[in-house]
Design a protein. Structure first.
Length: 534
């Protein structure tokens, strides 16, 4: 039978939205004072790829505000009425799709505010906020008809004529008689009607000024005069509509004293501002209107700081496991060290999970679950972790990359050039260079940014970003002659290499600079993908 510890590992929820808010609060692990930074009343954008904990972070932030008596709204952009439907339909004009999106966002805000107003906790006083809520509803539901006015005149006339004659003769010896009947009818009707018809289409309008005034009145009635707006899954909004939604926030929400906005987004899938010659720009200017408080991709990566990464994931696994054991009525481990010694053959086995997940908590939980399933009634070993990591990579990441042929070609080229030829697991790419295929692989968590702004002494003024290739791409090469010996260093293999992957070494810079034009020459002719500087 599967051991209780492994059963707990298997039962850990893989996504934050599937857990109760109370469990999310109990299992949250802060890092780098992120929660302290986000708890300020300043407006912030939180960047992070899928699985890095953005939803978990916003949920804990919302619960913290609610516990102190402040009203907080959390919007999931995936759940809005038309996401993936008319929002992404290119046959519909951008202005119409954008307006529909703004209406849906404001309607979601109104719905949550109204639900809290009629709730029993009393955070929102319906008597005080009711008129302002009605005004807010009317402000975002305004409709006008765009079209022409025409006058329609209809005339109808009806005439009818009829005649009927009857003649009868009756003969008898006593009383002969003659009977005749003649009947005529002449009827006529005439009708004239007139009708005014408006020909056009109802179009929603969003007046930013009216929306802002109504929202300001609502905020003034709330406890502490403050409202937190937490927007999750921003990157689910089509890219061409994001600046319009950002502009609504900038014009109608950010100027309100008492409003605090936090947005969680994927950096490579976000466009907060669109240049406009007439008004300067449409949307939010990062750094000026809103601060980019934290990038979750910069934390928890083993190659950045192995001690901090291991400490974070030890706490994460410990809290989640204790929550599952407590629900099952099983005995709880005394501390993190006791859990590691009970569930793993050695500390190296747990550290291998930290390396394999590449700083992504969701990947760590999935790898841990698969390793526990393999171990079954025994403790988890390094071999279990490596097999689980390879299965997780093939079943999730490789499947997504294989669906994009050009990205698959680039990944294969990177593996050949970096891992097999240079025996490294990382490379450098010039800062400021954006490539669609690189961004796609990064977004799919196959490439990972380990360091930013690395400079070389022999190339003054030029800076590079250090990318690491995912553990799943080379796990089958570990303990072979082609095993990578570090991120950038080509040094000797260590005696403990069969159990660990060497730490980052940034000494061999020149030999690991990646030149993307070489790739596009070797695979031509594929569909051109622009490599542009930003």
């Amino acid at each position: 039978m599967t051991s209780p510890i492994n059963l707990a590992f298997l039962r850990i929820a893989k996504r934050a939205e599937r857990q109760d808010d109370a469990v999310l609060s109990r299992t949250f692990v802060d890092f780098g004072a992120v929660m302290a930074a986000l708890s300020s009343v300043d407006h912030h954008i939180v960047f992070g790829r899928r699985g890095t904990g953005k939803t978990h972070l916003l949920t804990v932030l919302r619960r913290g505000r609610e516990q102190e008596g402040t009203v907080a709204l959390q919007l999931d952009m995936r759940n809005l009425g038309s996401t993936g439907g008319m929002y992404a339909d290119p046959s519909i004009p951008v202005a119409q799709r954008a307006t529909r999106l703004l209406v849906d966002v404001l309607a979601a805000m109104h719905g949550q505010l109204f639900e809290q107003a009629i709730a029993s906790d009393g955070r929102v006083d319906l008597g005080a906020a009711g008129p302002a809520l009605d005004e807010f509803f009317e402000a975002h539901r305004a409709v006008k008809v765009v079209g022409t006015t025409s006058v329609e005149i209809a005339a109808a006339a009806e005439n009818s004529y009829g005649a009927e004659a009857k003649v009868g003769v009756t003969a008898s010896l006593k009383n002969p008689s003659l009977v005749a009947d003649w009947k005529t009818a002449n009827e006529g009707t005439e009708a004239v009607t007139a009708k005014k018809t408006v020909v056009g289409q109802e179009v929603h309008r969003v007046n930013f000024g009216s929306v802002g005034n109504a929202l300001r009145k609502i905020v003034e009635t709330l406890p502490r005069g403050r409202l937190w707006l937490l927007i999750d899954e921003w990157s689910e909004v089509p890219l061409d509509l994001q600046p319009m939604l950002a502009d609504l926030i900038r014009r109608a929400v950010l100027p309100i004293r008492g409003m605090t906005v936090k947005i969680a987004a994927i950096e490579q899938r976000s466009r907060f501002m669109l240049p406009d010659a007439g008004v300067g720009h449409v949307g939010i200017e990062l750094g000026a209107d809103v601060s980019a408080a934290v990038n979750l991709d910069d934390y928890m990566v083993f190659e950045n700081d192995d001690r901090k990464a291991v400490a974070f994931f030890r706490s994460l696994v410990f809290l989640h496991t204790c929550a599952e054991l407590e629900d099952a009525g099983s005995e709880l481990p005394q501390n993190e060290a006791a859990l590691i010694s009970t569930g793993f053959t050695q500390s190296n086995a747990f550290e291998e999970i930290v390396r394999a997940c590449e700083g992504v908590p969701r990947d760590a939980i999935n790898i841990l679950s698969a390793a526990a399933q393999r171990a079954n009634d025994t403790t988890i070993s390094v071999g279990d972790v490596r097999s689980a990591a390879q299965s997780w990579y093939l079943g999730s990441k490789d499947a997504a990359v294989s669906a994009y042929e050009d990205a698959k070609r680039l990944l294969s080229w990177l593996i050949d050039k970096v891992i097999k030829e240079r025996r490294a697991k990382g490379f450098l790419l010039k800062s400021g260079v954006r490539d669609q295929l690189i961004d796609f692989l990064y977004d799919e968590r196959v490439l990972h940014v380990l360091r930013k702004g690395i400079s070389a002494k022999d190339q003054p003024g030029q800076r590079y970003n250090v990318y690491g290739i995912d553990y799943g791409c080379y796990v089958d090469l570990i303990s072979t002659a082609r095993a990578p010996q570090g991120v950038l260093d080509l040094g000797d293999v260590t005696t403990e290499y069969s159990l660990t992957v060497p730490h980052t070494d940034l000494r061999s810079i020149r030999r690991c600079i990646l030149e993307l034009p070489e790739f596009y020459k070797t695979v031509s002719p594929i569909l051109p993908v622009s490599t542009e500087s930003v």
